[in-house]
Design a protein around this ligand. Sequence first.
Ligand SMILES: Cc1ncc(COP(=O)(O)O)c(C=O)c1O
Length: 476
Amino acid sequence: MEKFSAPIISAMTAYSSDGALAFHTPGHKQGLGAHSLLKNLITPEGLRQEVSLMEELDDLHSPHSCIRDAETLAAELWHANDALFIVNGTTCAIHSMILAALQPNDLVFVPRNSHRSVISALILSGAVPVFLPVEFSPALKIPLNLSVETLRRAIKKFPQAKALILTSPNYYGVAADLPQISALVHAAGMLLLVDEAHGAHLQFSEKLPVSAMDAGADLSAQSTHKLLGSLTQTSMLLVKNFDAAKVRRAASLLQTTSPNYLLLASLDAARLQMAQLGAEKISAALELSKHLRAEINSTGALSTFDAVENFALDLTKVTVNVERLGLTGMAAEQILRHELKIQCELSDPANLLFLLTYADTSATVSRLVDALKLLDARPRLPCTSTGLSDLPDEITLAEASPREIFFAPSKAVPLAQSVGEICAEEITFYPPGIPVLSAGEKISAAVIRYILEQKKFGGRVIGAADVELNTIKILE
Ligand SMILES: Cc1ncc(COP(=O)(O)O)c(C=O)c1O
């Protein structure tokens, strides 16, 4: 198969050019009936190609022609043995990965910084999490990742666990030591499942943290849409040392039976674009990020970094500390968005996060630099940094699985009366943005002490039904 081809797009074009009059779905009949607003959005050509389940367009649930070919090309490019195209988001890739790999009641290591889709996958699968603490940098005020040491402790304590579900890199680009982690996990007879939502571009530069597939992960869920060029909602599930048929069975349970071909085509095009220009484009993004960092560090109040102790860093993610302006990251985000017309990816109490992708140019970066210089030139306010206390670093086995919690009745009780009860919600403070308590965990006195300290510091709470945290939800 020609690696610079786009099998799905070729099949769509062949069908739509064949002259067959549409007496089939979708109801807009290749754009014929579409509202002008929709025509403007998608273009008449886009709608003409928005076709459905014709024989030459293959079947996402049992791919054997154009989808199969496109997936094979993707597997080759991302160094996997197989690849599945996913149109229901990385959430669905993670659900499929976990449903394929874990049985009800299996123990699985879940670092506390995992995305909510990991917990929802455990609701579907019935597996039981062992929550692992993750590191936090008090100097940079960002969450780091799972340390090798913590994993060693966890394996010793729970050698019967079946897998580790690891998020790497995290939102800020901080990657765990995947090669060491892969070796440890496999030596213990467990599977390594990686949520690589923020890592679809890692494959294309040796200056970036090693990708999950190259590090020996068994399965990896990648958001092609987040940092590469496919449409939002499209992802890939990469398979290395795992039964691909089992993964396909799980994905087939969860994916729509009416996949949108524009979404599939966008995965095909994003793969082709990376096959053609991946190394060049990602290396350009890295050069731009180097320039951006130098400019940021030459301002009076803003600062950024290009390394993190003990962890690898994806340098296309640029975290900017704004505390010396006397602003929170959230306030700085508002100024950038509404006065300076720049939108960052996220803000936290101390930082702004900017993503540079293959699409950036010196022009986009120079506009960002100009805006950050204007932000830096604003009158300084007194610094109001939020306090932090050490996160509890316990490794805890959930007392009830997320599945049991999902179906069980719960009630709110005063915080002080909750010690020893089973928590029925997830509680996260910003900073550090790492859940301190997850649904299914027994509430310890140490965690309540931590919560009370964070309340005193004025930390912002996410996830709790009572945002003042006077009460907490427990299992009835
Ligand atoms: C680490 C991580 N995993 C999974 C997801 C879910 O991806 P999607 O929104 O494509 O379903 C996200 C989304 O932000 C994420 O940040």
